[in-house]
Design a protein around this ligand. Structure first.
Ligand code: CP
Length: 304
């Protein structure tokens, strides 16, 4: 990568992505390596998280580093009015790498512009979630044996879902075909569709979640309706349960189909799907550990 921070997946060339995935594979084979001994990582989570924060912190521990930080911004001095700039400058005095999640789009990029300490974006509003994209790509490669020429169907909240926005960019190197399934209120934004248009990537928009589409899909990427991004709660109530994947809908799906979800799920995947061998979202989250070990080494320039 040209920058030592990872704030957006579009910083990663195809070669960068493939190198990180190869290193993630190597960390899956041997996750415990003391390459971060003497290093301190700060995890600053201004928004809630289970998987991202805990897998990053597990990664740092497995690599022999130490973690400082907060998982609840109300316990930090930002609750007293300290600005993001001052928070980042303070933490830069203490840590060798900063992993941050923030509700404001562009917060991680801003942080990377005011400090020399590498920043990893762990999610900024509805904008980007690049480490999720890399673990998604790792999961896709692992389950499909390749990244090229796949049909990917994204379902749910395509407006606010930062993981789908990042995944479109990450997959753009690999000749994908996309289906976007969303209610009108939560359609894929024009920015992402223009991106596909510019790169000649085919995409098809639907409002109905049908077996016909599932049956031509290699990766079914389910998403949660992002309640925290709505300003109108009546609108959220109208769309929150619009699509629910049920086991019987998978009866005639391709053998290689795998179901991904960045999680957490609310209602969008029925629990009977969990026992279907095509359900992959729990392993997908596990892959986050290996991918994040590779990302930390990449931004710190550590050979592994
Ligand atoms: N996928 C994801 O970002 O999960 P968390 O919100 O639990 O970190």
């Amino acid at each position: 990568m040209k920058s030592k921070s990872l704030v957006s997946i579009d910083q990663c060339s195809k070669e960068d992505i493939l190198r990180i995935l190869t290193n993630a594979q190597s960390f899956e084979e041997n996750p415990n390596r003391k390459v971060l001994e003497g290093k301190i990582a700060a995890t600053l989570f201004f928004e809630p998280s289970t998987r991202t924060r805990l897998s990053f912190e597990t990664a740092i521990n497995r690599l022999g580093g130490k973690v400082v930080g907060f998982s609840d911004a109300s316990t930090s001095s930002s609750s007293k009015g300290e600005t993001l700039k001052d928070t980042i400058l303070m933490v830069s005095n203490y840590a060798d790498i900063i992993i941050m999640r923030h509700h404001l789009e562009g917060a991680a990029r801003y942080a990377s512009e005011i400090t020399d300490v590498p920043i990893v974006n762990a999610g900024d509003g509805a904008n980007q979630h690049p480490s999720q994209t890399l673990l998604d790509l790792y999961s896709i490669q692992k389950t499909q044996g390749k990244l090229d020429n796949l049909t990917i169907t994204m379902v749910g909240d395509l407006k606010y879902g930062r993981t789908v926005h990042s995944l479109i960019v990450g997959m753009s190197h690999f000749n994908p075909t996309f289906h976007f399934i969303a209610p009108d209120e939560l359609r894929m934004p024009d920015e992402q569709k223009h991106f596909c248009d510019k790169r000649g990537i085919p995409y098809y928009e639907h409002t109905d979640f049908t077996e016909e589409i599932i049956n031509q899909t290699d990766i079914l990427y389910m998403t949660r309706v992002q309640r925290e991004r709505f300003t109108d709660m009546e609108e959220y109530e109208r769309v929150k349960n619009v699509y629910i994947l049920r086991n019987e809908m998978l009866e005639n799906s391709r053998d290689n189909l795998r179901i991904l979800h960045p999680l957490p799920r609310v209602n969008e995947i029925a629990y009977d799907v969990d026992d279907n061998p095509k359900a992959y979202y729990i392993q997908q989250a596990r892959n986050g550990l290996f991918t994040r070990e590779a990302i930390i080494c990449e931004v710190l320039g550590i050979d592994n």
